[in-house]
Write a protein that binds this ligand. Structure first.
Ligand SMILES: Nc1ncnc2c1ncn2[C@@H]1O[C@H](COP(=O)(O)OP(=O)(O)O)[C@@H](O)[C@H]1O
Ligand SMILES: [Mg+2]
Length: 239
């Protein structure tokens, strides 16, 4: 039997006007895995996630999800198919309560009972969000806002989560907490494509890793192998 590839990028290229941000990359995420996409600032990580989720249009190549070509599909449709993007910077909506922020996450879910069940599941996973349900989302701490952003994504019932630097700007303790959350979501059955600046941490969690450099995949392999190779660590992953 062939391996169960859930998400596959074939020769994906994306540009902003004349700036080529992603230059023809191949990438695979197998069902049940955590795959991490690493690379320096400006390498094209965010653009890759946006191309998958339909926020940026691919210039070339294909995105396949569960064998279906989703290239160029509008973002809401991609989300409805089960590919859910948690953007960089969290984007908690000011002036809306935690509950309203979560309910907005479920805009693709038509069934009211399902929306309610999902909200209950998110509150069960992140009890702090229940406690703060009526507070303005923007008043939460950085760590809580990250939980809210992930919680909002979970309201879609994702098959695969695209996480863009979830630990960015968080205190070290919260970075570890965020990684534990990612691991727990994965163990509960969600496949994950994780963009992280903390390469060591990400590789500890992930099954497989890719290193992007100037829009090109420079390196890929089992996470254990990548993190065990000192030359790779030095050249690509920083101290
Ligand atoms: N909205 C945009 N308009 C123009 N150029 C952009 C835009 N977003 C990103 N870029 C450029 O595309 C390249 C890749 O950016 P990005 O995908 O954000 O990288 P990363 O997430 O790895 O830091 C960079 O050169 C960046 O300056
Ligand atoms: Mg980025």
């Amino acid at each position: 039997m062939t391996s169960d590839v859930m998400l596959k990028l074939e020769g994906i290229a994306s540009a902003y006007g004349k700036i080529d941000a992603v230059k023809g990359i191949d990438l695979e995420v197998k069902r049940g895995q955590i795959v991490t996409l690493l690379g320096a600032n400006g390498a094209g990580k965010t653009t890759t996630l946006k191309t998958i989720s339909g926020l940026v249009r691919a210039k070339a190549g294909r995105v396949l999800f569960e064998g279906n070509d989703i290239t160029g599909m509008p973002a809401h449709q991609v989300a409805r198919a089960g590919v859910v993007h948690v953007p960089e910077g969290r984007h908690v909506l000011r002036g809306l309560s935690v509950r309203e922020n979560l309910e907005l996450g479920a805009f693709t879910v038509k069934d009211a009972t399902l929306r309610k069940d999902r909200l209950e599941q998110v509150f069960a996973q992140f009890p702090i969000l229940r406690t703060r349900a009526n507070s303005d989302g923007s008043l939460l701490s950085g760590g809580e806002q990250q939980m809210l952003a992930i919680g909002r994504a979970l309201m879609h019932g994702p098959k695969i989560l695209l996480l863009d630097e979830p630990s960015m700007g968080l205190a070290p303790k919260l970075v570890l907490e965020t990684m534990r959350i990612v691991k727990r979501l994965n163990e509960a059955g969600t496949t994950i494509l994780l963009v992280e600046q903390n390469a060591r941490l990400a590789l500890r969690l992930a099954h497989y890793g890719y290193v992007l450099e100037s829009g090109v995949i420079r390196l890929e392999g089992e996470a254990k192998k990548l993190s065990a190779d000192p030359s790779i660590v030095q050249a690509y992953l920083g101290s």
